[in-house]
Design a protein around this ligand. Structure first.
Ligand code: DMJ
Length: 606
């Protein structure tokens, strides 16, 4: 520990003036730009003029560029620092990851007590715990591909064998379909893809006598989740299933949009690996059902829906909890499977987001008014519903990078980073009107790190390495405990809860590691990877693109075909960016101007 502090101290000194400025800014006002926010923001009903609604910047060229490392600027982040232990949280080292996870139980979900944690059997209504902890070694499974990305084959192989030998899904556990899918199914599929990759870019990650066990486990789990898609009048799945008995008798008919509509990536990969359309079909049907329920006026979706009646129980539309990964998976499904309808839906959703959720000035980097912010509105009227944003929304700049809307991404990221700098963490909810947290905990979420990493890949601007370093140092300072990293219970007092969410290892650590690991195989051209919403890498691969079957959604198919046709016409007649040929230079253009003007101004670095 002493040695570590010494090295950190010396390296920090080497940052010289730059480092000093950073420290000063960390103590400074940081959020000054918030003060210019009006008390009540006017709704942003009118469509954006050309140049604003940027869905058309999307396209394969953009994410392809990103996945290979699109930017070119290099600069003032000391290379020796990047490669040093100072850029690795101790718990993110390969050996510590397996030590942390390598137990037969649920993993070291209690990092202070140094023990795993399972479901709360005494209180089945404790959804906070039971939705994710299915008594199936969640943390161990969720961390598998992180080990591979770190290049430690022996630890990866050990962990995979442990999963194969000890994990069973034949459990009397009621779990959330979404959490089980993104954390467990997604990780099993990712590890299977890594093991069976003929090129083995991460080193030798093969498993002796491997007989597709992880794929079989993935199928077993998915089959146990399938009852969620039965007996639902809309096709939108039940939120929870019991892995042994199916839908619990007292089941809730209400689900959030993200939970029901972000299953397609994992279910689609599984279907395509198995040659069995069932999984993709049910997941796609759910997306289409939700999509058909969007408001005719705004094009927005709400955050909670009744799966039997199709009525919106939660009419709040926003980018955070309840909706976040729904948007993400429309685009990522397109990237992976190449179905145009997914991109069309994403483009429409992005346009509505720009029209109704985005407030503040038109351009991030110039003009009058407040900096842009995405707020929560009523899905039908577009009227502001509250004055908070949540920390989950911080994923959005990363998604904007994927579609090439880098300028807006830089701007929004800077907003979240300013909040991080104030508290050394992101409060779960931040009230932009009061300029204070509304909900005070920070469960080690990855979203800001994820966007930081993706922005660095797109721009190669060293600013993002500094951001990563800053985040890492806060994590070390405020959350590190004996056997891992702990949830911050109160971002101001810095009190802790003995809980380490599995996404800390699958996402937060992974993105931080990759941010500083320039030479990682993930960044080499020739290997194209996409991250699932839980941060699991899956290869963007021809074999996932083949149309192995014809989807038949009789009435919806017709309705959508009509809708898509009319949208296409509208788009052709409009002057929006949507039909522009993707321009890879967009990645490079914002660098000089935005870095100098916007980021410095907003985050208050200088
Ligand atoms: C992760 O489990 C996933 O990223 C999910 O989509 C929402 N966010 C959590 C971590 O914050």
């Amino acid at each position: 520990m002493q040695w570590r502090s010494l090295v950190l101290g010396l390296l920090l000194l080497r940052l010289g003036l730059h480092g000093l400025l950073w420290l000063v800014s960390a103590l400074g006002p940081g959020l000054g730009f918030h003060q210019r926010f009006p008390f009540a923001l006017p709704p942003r009903g009118a469509p954006h003029p050309p140049g604003r609604a940027a869905a058309g910047r999307c396209g394969r060229a953009h994410w392809g560029c990103l996945l290979r490392g699109g930017g070119s600027a290099r600069g003032s982040f000391p290379p020796q620092l990047r490669a040093s232990s100072a850029t690795r949280p101790a718990a993110c080292s390969p050996s510590a990851t397996t030590t942390t996870c390598g137990t037969r139980s649920a993993g070291r979900a209690e990092p202070r007590a140094c023990r795993g944690r399972g479901p709360d059997r005494a209180d089945p209504s404790n959804l906070n715990i039971n939705d994710v902890l299915g008594n199936y070694s969640l943390t161990l499974i969720d961390a598998l591909d992180t080990l591979a990305i770190m290049g430690n084959s022996s630890e990866f192989q050990k962990a995979v064998k442990l999963v194969i030998d000890t994990v069973s899904f034949d459990k009397d556990s009621t779990v959330q379909v979404f959490e089980a899918t993104i954390r467990v199914l997604g990780s099993l599929l990712s590890a299977h893809i890594i093991i069976t990759d003929t090129k083995q870019p991460f080193g030798d990650m093969t498993i002796k006598d491997y007989d597709d066990e992880l794929l079989h486990m993935a199928r077993d789990l998915a089959v146990r989740l399938l009852p969620a898609f039965e007996n639902t009048k809309t096709g939108i799945p039940y939120p929870r299933v019991n892995l042994k008995t199916g839908i619990p008798p007292d089941s809730n008919n209400e689900t959030c949009t993200a939970g029901a509509g972000s299953l397609l990536v994992e279910f689609g990969i599984l279907s395509r690996l198995l040659g069995d359309s069932t999984f993709e079909w049910v997941a796609r049907r759910a997306v289409k059902a939700l999509w058909s329920l969007r408001s005719n006026d705004t094009g927005l979706l709400g955050n909670v829906v009744n799966i039997q009646t199709g009525h919106w129980v939660g009419k709040q539309s926003g980018l955070g909890a309840g909706l976040d990964s729904f948007y993400e998976y429309l685009l990522k499904s397109y990237i992976l499977f190449g179905k145009k309808e997914d991109l069309e839906m994403f483009n429409d959703a992005y346009r509505s987001i720009q029209n109704y959720l985005r407030r503040g000035r038109e351009a991030c980097n110039e003009g009058e008014g407040d900096p842009p912010l995405y707020v929560n509105v009523n899905m039908f009227s577009g009227q502001l519903m509250n004055t908070w944003i949540d920390s989950l929304q911080a994923f959005f700049p990363g998604l904007q990078v994927l579609i090439g809307d880098v300028e807006d991404a830089i701007c929004l990221h800077a907003f979240y980073y300013a909040i991080w700098k104030r508290y050394g963490a992101l409060p779960e909810r931040y009230n932009w009107q009061l300029q204070a947290p509304d909900v005070l905990f920070y469960p080690l979420r990855p979203e800001l790190v994820e966007s930081t990493y993706l922005l660095y890949q797109a721009t190669k601007n060293p600013f993002y390495l500094h951001v990563g370093m800053d985040i890492l140092q806060s994590l070390e300072k405020y959350t590190k405990v004996k056997c891992g990293y702990a949830t911050l219970h109160h971002v101001i007092e810095k009190s802790k809860e003995d809980r380490m969410e599995s996404f800390f290892l699958s996402e937060t650590c992974k993105y931080l590691y990759l941010l500083f690991d320039e030479e990682n195989p993930v960044h080499k051209s020739g290997n194209k990877y996409m991250f699932t919403t839980e941060g699991h890498i899956v290869s963007v691969d021809e074999r996932f693109r083949d149309s192995l079957w014809q989807d038949t959604f009789p009435e919806e198919e017709e309705r959508n075909a009509e809708k898509l046709k009319s949208n296409e016409l509208k788009a052709m007649n409009s002057s929006s960016n949507c039909n522009r040929v993707p321009d890879e230079r967009r990645y490079l253009l914002p660098l000089k101007s935005i870095y100098m003007r916007q980021i410095d101004q907003m985050v208050g670095l200088i």
